[in-house]
Write a new protein. Sequence first.
Length: 289
Amino acid sequence: MIDAHFHIWRQADLPWLVGPMQPRIFGPYEPIRRDYPVSEYLADATASGMTGAVYVQANWPVDRFVEEAAFVAEASEDSGFPIAIVAYADMLAEDARPQFDALARNGRVRGVRMQLHWHENPLYRFASGPDLALNPTLQRNVGRLVDYGWSFDLQVFAGQMAGAAALAEACPGVTFVLQHAGMLEDLSPAGIAAWRAGMAELASRPNVVSKLSGLGTFLRRNDADHVAMIARETLALFGAERCLFGSNFPIEKLWTSYAELFAVHHGAIPPQDRDAVFSSTAKRVYRLA
């Protein structure tokens, strides 16, 4: 079993965890406003059968992106638990290759994430604008990832999916990993229809895969019916060979345990698709042994 989306951290390294409480997309976070070391993650995850994991950048100060990756690599070495890394890089830099070169010295790096999600609700807004996926500089830098064999973890809302699909089309040699199955936050009939249409457009690009992670973010609970609906729709569009599971721990620890989270996701995936979703897709996409 592979967990394709988790975080470990030291509180002192994350600006949003220190100082005054800052509003976050996932709500009040006092219970996780502390160190979350690899030892605690392993205690949470390995009882569910996890044998490997992919760490996705957790928004350290942007000038410390190499240090963040080094911290995770050291945690992996010390624990003996195999961890690959999706690191941060500034994809709006005129030429991001010096950043990629610095990251490439860390043999655990498998991809890059710069969060592009933008929303009319300021609480859900991360990027500086809604259309960064169409930015020529960003597209050029994303395209350069092919020379490193790295993926790009893609985080957008439904209204941004057309632009994200254009980005994927502009960079056909790069694998795009859609975060949190497209971050469905509007559960009205119109909102679900817009999400489904955007997901279909992304699924039509063969270099896009979808991560089944963070599905409790907007409900702030581990809802079996909601997870099953997202999984069913996403599998129908992408197929199991283009879907992978991720825990988003410790964020989801705000409302559930790892065992409960895994059980709900495992139950939502048809038996014939479980090997792909929980293992082989992540191994292929992130080049895991």
